[in-house]
Design a protein around this ligand. Structure first.
Ligand code: NAD
Length: 326
């Protein structure tokens, strides 16, 4: 038996040698679960010293049930499934993993290009013996289009860098990013309404918060151009999926590229799965062989730090330091 017990609440990574290697250096045992619900996490993880978490809900009730946890680490950037305030009140560190988000930006670009160039539909046609470029008409040229980036943080900025070579106009909406950042990246800072109305392509890169939940709803989808496309590699909850379905069905907009959904994996009868003007990937924007290794290592290192009496490097709830008199 190790000195500590570290629980993986859930993970679809397959193997965890990286975490095991890091955590064995502090004498911690790693116990793996596949929790889906609050009750699963409470049942499996309440006696853990540290939690590594992918998607399982770490709600207030879960946190109140943790008997000795010092740290909760989210495998990734978003912490929308963790009740950060409850953890702060209980004196538990919450850390996320800041990794090289190049792959996420590349994925957003892939969805944009696939939609604009109609790659998926052309490929399907060819495999059905339809060798005819006219079958995917019309395709309008990407050059000179306006791309609107919502959320101009790490990923939004990398998307802007990548878009530059395509000779598009780039506008962005982010009320919290410094004005100089927009200038530095050659991007025009616009307000939300202008971005929605003027963009030919909208790409979403904000965290999911109370403010951003359903920030794209019926009103916004109706205000977008009819030829516009929308790409979301951030979190499903930012787009009201019911409204998006209606918009795609009734052609208020031309198409959507989604790496994230409100419910993941989607229910078999999710109507989005039956629409022909949407491309969906299974929450994989973060993934490349390099990022998979980096995320697991960094997450385990945060747990090791906290259990060795150090402060995590990517502490999300800085207020917890006051609570812990650190
Ligand atoms: P970041 O913190 O660097 O950037 C987020 C930006 O969003 C910040 O500049 C912030 O000011 C802005 N923002 C916050 N609230 C806003 C609002 N109401 N309106 C407009 N902008 C707002 O984060 P990041 O590393 O760029 O990641 C962004 C999100 O992408 C993460 O929170 C995560 O949910 C998601 N993500 C998804 C994947 C994936 O695999 N699909 C991978 C990594 C990250």
């Amino acid at each position: 038996m190790g000195r500590f017990r570290v629980a993986i609440t859930d993970s679809d990574y397959g193997s965890h040698e990286v975490e095991e290697e890091v955590l064995s250096s502090i004498g911690a045992d790693l116990i793996k679960f596949q929790c889906r619900t609050e009750d699963d996490v409470i049942r499996c993880c309440s006696d853990a010293d540290g939690l590594l978490n992918q998607y399982a809900p770490i709600t207030r009730r879960v946190i109140e049930g943790l008997q000795k946890a010092k740290i909760i680490v989210r495998y990734g950037v978003g912490v929308d499934n963790v009740d950060v305030d409850a953890a702060t009140e209980k004196g538990i560190f919450v850390a996320n993993v800041i990794y090289d988000v190049t792959d996420v930006a590349d994925h957003a670009l892939s969805l944009i290009l696939s939609l604009v160039r109609k790659i998926v539909w052309a490929d399907r046609n060819v495999k059905e013996n339809k060798w005819d470029w006219k079958a995917v008409q019309p395709i309008s040229r990407l050059k000179d289009k306006t791309v609107g980036i919502i959320g101009f943080g790490r990923i939004g900025r990398k998307v802007a860098q990548r878009l530059r070579g395509f000779e598009v106009k780039i506008v962005a909406y982010d009320p919290y990013a410094p004005r100089e950042t927009f200038r530095e990246y050659g991007v025009e800072k616009v307000d939300f309404e202008a971005l929605i109305k003027e963009s030919d392509i909208i790409t979403i890169h904000t965290p999911l918060t109370n403010e951003t939940r359903h920030m794209i709803g019926e009103k916004e989808l109706k205000s977008m151009k009819r030829e516009a496309i929308i790409v979301n590699v951030s979190r499903g909850g930012i787009i009201d999926e019911k409204a998006l379905c209606k918009a795609l069905k009734e052609r208020w907009i031309a198409g959507a590229g989604l790496d994230v959904l409100e419910e993941e994996p989607p229910a078999k009868d999710n109507p989005l799965l039956r629409l022909d003007n949407v491309i969906i990937t299974p929450h994989m924007a973060w993934y490349s062989n390099r990022s998979l290794d980096e995320i697991r290592r960094k997450a385990a290192e945060e747990v090791a730090r906290a259990l060795s009496g150090q402060i995590p490097v990517n502490l999300v709830n800085k207020d917890v330091l006051k609570k812990l008199n650190l």
